[in-house]
Design a protein around this ligand. Structure first.
Ligand code: MOS
Length: 707
């Protein structure tokens, strides 16, 4: 077990031979806090024009008239693009990007026009002034577990089978000594990164397109734009040098980059487009709402004999997206008889998409809440109950785990949190008007990795450079890649330059699925290893252009593993509930993780704490409410969509256990970007139950629900 000291984030001593495992500060930190770091909307090419999109104001129907002439007469207006005159786009496998191609309105907020003007103000005024007429149809935006159009999809996200059955759930559940049967709901949630989706785009006379885009992966943006605008991939360059968060909302190309490129082509000028915050809810995806029924049957010792997790969710009529919330139940606990299913209905709503720990974050809220209910009915401590249900192999696949230290996380978390001696009864810890309670929940996230390429170069001046089209979305990717290179090259991270964030660099996958460091780092490790070999074989001065080596991990990173590979963790929360106002406040939140080797304690801790903070929001404050009348999300700015503020987040602590897993990648790391949000809401909700003695199963736990 690692003690707190060795997980310290104190600055490393200047002459320590540091590389991996060191709390190296984020290399672009100074640029970011001084404003020197440039984001996509902060590049202003000469003669730049500005665009502002026009969202549909009906929930379903078609556009019958667009009164563009009035708007074109306004000062500074250069163009109003509509489905009648916008450039015709080539095919794309993402129908949300078929923008301004026809008159159909599949949901409210779908873009029906784009105003382009000399200034941001003129573009906005033009967009606001545009009169649009519609023919409307009845719309249906209400998700219910009994919706008549629910269907079972071919598969859920991530290529997971929508339905899995093992053994005989119904018989085992009927025969169980104790049973839990509970339904949990979560509203839609929005990623709302600090930096909105933004692009600055221009075409040159030779038919080349250059775009600064706020994206988690510029290669996908490049390839998508090439297809849509029918130009070769190498005619498109996409730069995503600094990205102010994405949380999945920037994992796929979004409307802003297509519209900016369209407007630039149409006007012959560079065009800048930053989507306004109040439009984001409808066009950049959301975590789909879920209705989740969990049934647990167990023997009197709390050992699970039957487990069912049945998920109902929505998608849009534009694109099928199926939140894979029942998937973690296939991994977590002993369950000889199990059923995990997903059903979905296509409603007239904006298209859902990836949001931090898609599947796991939603699913583990329900599963870990149900585990708490099982602890209550069996009278077994919730930590102990989880320990009794540790599987020997992954329940669904039968594969051995490459490493699984959930039990260590639970024990270490319990020790650090002071869990021992917890009052088993709920609703009895009082402090004046406050009721106090504690709760626990497990966390898990799969180990994902994709093939990548990278190049490493040694120069005459003793410096090294690694080149890879990684994206740093605020995670510290630049910093950890320098550490990986330094470790292999036997140098210090500050002797390594890291060139990332540009589609012309060696090909690399997106920053998503908590897979960036493993994927890019593997290629950097391999390229640096090859470079060391070349340097050893070289004698005399290096050539003027330096010495370089390239690597491609297609073979090793693309291979299916014989092991079930997941990170695990445990979250512990203490809450207070005000019996007068109904307000819930988190007093303490602690996470302990088993995520392979932690490459940089400083940036890793930030990611864990960031995920946990988002988990507090999921539990207590965040909700996107579908307005059934308008067919739109009611919360469309950060005043209405309540992400936790500093005052909502207590002192959050994150630790990890040492985990040496040889079945991952040369660094021995698992992903850490998403696991912090998994199970956190359940830990908080379980603590609320412990405080008040009443089980509330619908998130978020706002005061109106408590009173
Ligand atoms: Mo993340 S939701 O995998 O970008």
């Amino acid at each position: 077990m690692t003690d707190a000291l060795s997980q310290d984030t104190a600055l490393p001593s200047p002459d320590a031979p540091l590389a991996l495992d060191s709390a190296v500060p984020r290399r672009e930190a100074r640029e970011k806090v001084t404003g020197a770091a440039r984001y996509a909307a902060e590049h202003t090419p000469p003669d730049c024009a500005y665009a502002w999109p026009v969202p549909a104001t009906v929930a379903r129907g078609r556009v019958t008239a667009l009164h563009t002439a009035d708007v074109l007469a306004l000062p500074g207006v250069l163009a109003v693009l509509t489905h009648t005159d916008a450039p015709r786009l080539g095919p794309s496998d993402d129908p949300t990007l078929a923008l301004l191609q026809d008159d159909r309105v599949p949901h409210r907020g779908w873009y029906v026009a784009l105003a382009v003007a000399d200034s941001l103000e003129s573009a906005r005024a033009a967009a606001d002034a545009l009169r649009v007429e519609y023919e409307t149809d009845e719309h249906d935006v209400r998700l219910t577990a009994e919706h008549p159009r629910l269907y079972t999809p071919e598969e859920a996200n991530g290529g997971h089978p929508a339905v899995r059955e093992r053994g005989d759930f119904d018989a085992a559940f009927a025969a169980a000594d104790v049973r839990v049967d509970a339904t949990y709901t979560m509203p839609a949630l929005h990623n709302h990164p600090m930096e909105p989706h933004a692009s600055t785009a221009w075409w040159t006379d030779d038919g080349r397109l250059t775009v600064y885009d706020s994206s988690q992966g510029s290669a996908t943006v490049r390839d998508t734009l090439a297809g849509l605008f029918k130009v070769p991939e190498d005619a498109v360059t996409v730069l995503s040098e600094h990205v102010g968060g994405g949380f999945g909302a920037k994992g796929t190309p979004r409307a802003q980059v297509v519209l900016a490129a369209m407007a630039a082509r149409h006007t012959g000028r560079p065009v800048k487009l930053a989507l306004p915050r109040h439009q984001l809810a409808a066009v950049v995806g959301h975590r789909a709402p879920t209705v989740q029924r969990v049934r647990l049957g167990a023997d009197s010792d709390g050992v699970i004999t039957a487990l069912a997790h049945e998920v109902v969710t929505h998608t849009s009529t534009v694109r099928e997206f199926v939140e894979q919330a029942a998937v973690p139940a296939r991994t977590m606990y002993t369950s000889p008889n199990s059923r995990t299913t997903h059903r979905v209905v296509a409603l007239d709503v904006p298209t859902p998409s990836w949001m931090r720990a898609p599947g796991e974050a939603s699913g583990m809220y329900a599963l870990e809440s149900a585990m708490d209910e099982l602890a209550v009915v069996t009278g077994i401590d919730p930590v102990e109950l989880r320990l009794r249900n540790e599987p020997a192999t992954e329940p669904d696949s039968g594969r051995p785990f490459s490493s699984r230290h959930l039990a260590d996380c639970l024990r270490e978390g319990a020790r650090r949190f002071g869990w021992e001696g917890r009052e088993a009864r709920s609703g009895v810890r009082r402090a004046g008007d406050l009721l106090l309670g504690t709760g626990v929940a497990s966390a898990t996230y799969p180990v994902l990795v994709s093939p990548s390429t990278a190049t490493a170069r040694a120069d005459r001046d003793g410096s090294c450079t690694v080149l890879v089209n990684a994206t740093d979305i605020g995670t510290g990717a630049r910093t950890v890649l320098a550490q990986i290179a330094a470790e292999v090259l036997g140098t210090r991270p500050d002797a390594v330059r890291v060139d990332i964030g540009r589609s012309t660099l060696p090909a690399a996958p997106l920053a998503g699925g908590s897979s960036g460091t493993a994927s890019w780092g593997w290629a950097v490790h391999k390229a640096c290893t090859a470079l060391v070999g070349k340097l050893r074989a070289h004698s005399g001065e290096l050539p003027a252009e330096g010495l370089s080596a390239s690597a491609d991990t297609e073979e090793e990173a693309g291979r299916e593993s014989p092991y079930a590979r997941h990170a695990f963790g445990a979250h512990f929360a203490e809450v207070q509930v005000d019996t007068v106002t109904g307000e819930v406040r988190v007093r303490r939140l602690l996470g302990v993780y088993a995520a392979g080797r932690i490459l940089n304690p400083r940036t890793a801790r930030s990611q864990f704490i960031g995920g946990m903070t988002m988990g507090i929001g999921m539990a207590l404050t965040e909700s996107s409410t579908m307005d059934a009348g308008f067919g739109d999300f009611a919360e469309r700015d950060l005043a209405a969509y309540h992400v936790p503020s500093c005052a909502d987040a207590p002192a959050i602590e994150a630790y990890w256990v040492e985990e040496d897993d040889p079945h991952l990648n040369p660094m021995g790391s698992k992903g850490i970007g998403e696991i912090g949000i998994v199970g956190t809401a359940a830990a908080v909700a379980n603590a609320v139950h412990h405080a008040v003695g009443v089980r509330l199963r619908d998130l978020p736990l706002t005061p109106d629900r408590l009173l």
